[in-house]
Design a protein around this ligand. Structure first.
Ligand code: NAP
Length: 241
C-alpha cells in the first residue's frame, strides 16, 4: 500500500486531497495544526469510505523538529513515505505600507520555510528508497500577485523556485517534485476576501466558473503516480497568467 502525507489536511483543499487519496487506496497521514477534531473527522471519513489506513498527525510545519517527528511517525506507522503534498498555507493580507513584521514573517514561515522543512525531511526518506513524489501547492499569486498580498505572493513565488531547485537535486534519486497552482476555491482562506473581490476573481475565468476541487485532486493524484514528470508548474485554472 502506498502512503501519502498531506499537510494542512483538516480543512479545505487539504481535506479534499486526503479524501481523494484515501479513495484511491493510499494510506493517508492527515496533518493539522490547530483543528484536531476536524482532522479526526477527515480520518473517520476515509474509514467510512472503506479504507482503514488513515492517521491524524499533529504538527506545526513552522517547527523543523516537529516536522522531522511527523515524518518519523509516518515511518513508524507504515514504514514508508511515497508521496508528500505540501498544502498547509495561510494568508495575512495587508498593503505593504501597513504590513507588520509579524504578518510578513508568519506567511513566509508557514508557506515557504514550513515547506522547506517538509521537503528536506521527505528527501531524507525518499532518497534512501530511490522513489517518491513531492507536490507543492502554490498559487497563481506567485506569477501574478494580487493587491495587498505581497507576503503571500512572495511566499508562493519562492515555493515555485524551491520546487524547481528540489526537483534538480532529487531527480538522481528518482524523486519527482512539482508545483500545482489551484484555481479559486471557497475555503476558509477564501472566505476572508471581500465579496466584490471574489466577484472580480470569478469574472477572470474564461469558462465563467472556477475549477472544481475534484479537478484539482485529479491532477495532484496523477502527479503522485507519475514517475517521469518533475520540476514543473501546473496551473489548474481557467485564468490566463
Ligand atoms: P484553509 O481552508 O485555510 O486551510 C488551511 C490548512 O492549513 C488547514 O488545514 C490548517 O490547519 C493548515 N495550517 C495552517 N497553518 C499551519 C501550520 N503552521 N502547520 C500545519 N498546518 C497548518 O486553506 P485552503 O484554501 O484549503 O488552502 C490550502 C492551500 O491551497 C494553501 O497552501 C493555499 O495557499 C493554497 N491555495 C488556495 C486557494 C483557494 O482559492 N482556496 C487558491 C490557491 C492556492 P488547522 O485547520 O489545524 O488550522
Amino acid at each position: 500500500m502506498k502512503t501519502v502525507l498531506i499537510t494542512g489536511a483538516s480543512r479545505g483543499i487539504g481535506k479534499a486531497l486526503a479524501l481523494a487519496f484515501g479513495r484511491a487506496g493510499y494510506a493517508v497521514g492527515v496533518n493539522y495544526h490547530k483543528e484536531k477534531a476536524k482532522a479526526e473527522a477527515v480520518v473517520q471519513e476515509i474509514f467510512e469510505a472503506g479504507n482503514k489506513e488513515g492517521e491524524v498527525l499533529a504538527c506545526d510545519v513552522r517547527d523543523s523538529i516537529k516536522v522531522r517527528q511527523m515524518m518519523d511517525a509516518m515511518l513508524v506507522r507504515w514504514g514508508r513515505l511515497d508521496v508528500l503534498v505540501n498544502n498547509a498555507g495561510i494568508t495575512r493580507d495587508r498593503t505593504i505600507l501597513k504590513m507588520t513584521n509579524g504578518e510578513w514573517n508568519d506567511v513566509i514561515d508557514v508557506n515557504l520555510s514550513g515547506v522547506f522543512w517538509c521537503v528536506r525531511e521527505a528527501a531524507r526518506l525518499m532518497s534512501k528508497e530511490k522513489h517518491g513524489s513531492i507536490i507543492n501547492i502554490a498559487s497563481i499569486m506567485a506569477l501574478r500577485p494580487g493587491f495587498g498580498n505581497a507576503n503571500y505572493s512572495a511566499s508562493k513565488a519562492g515555493l515555485i523556485a524551491l520546487t524547481k531547485a528540489a526537483a534538480k537535486e532529487l531527480g538522481r534519486f528518482h524523486v519527482t517534485v512539482n508545483a500545482v497552482l489551484p484555481g479559486f476555491h471557497e475555503t476558509d482562506m477564501a472566505s476572508e476576501l471581500p465579496a466584490e473581490h471574489k466577484k472580480k476573481l470569478l469574472e477572470e475565468h474564461l469558462t465563467g466558473q472556477s475549477t472544481t476541487i475534484a479537478d484539482l485532486c485529479r491532477v495532484v493524484l496523477e502527479l503522485a503516480q507519475n514517475a517521469s514528470v518533475s520540476g514543473q508548474v501546473f496551473n489548474v485554472d481557467s485564468r490566463i497568467v
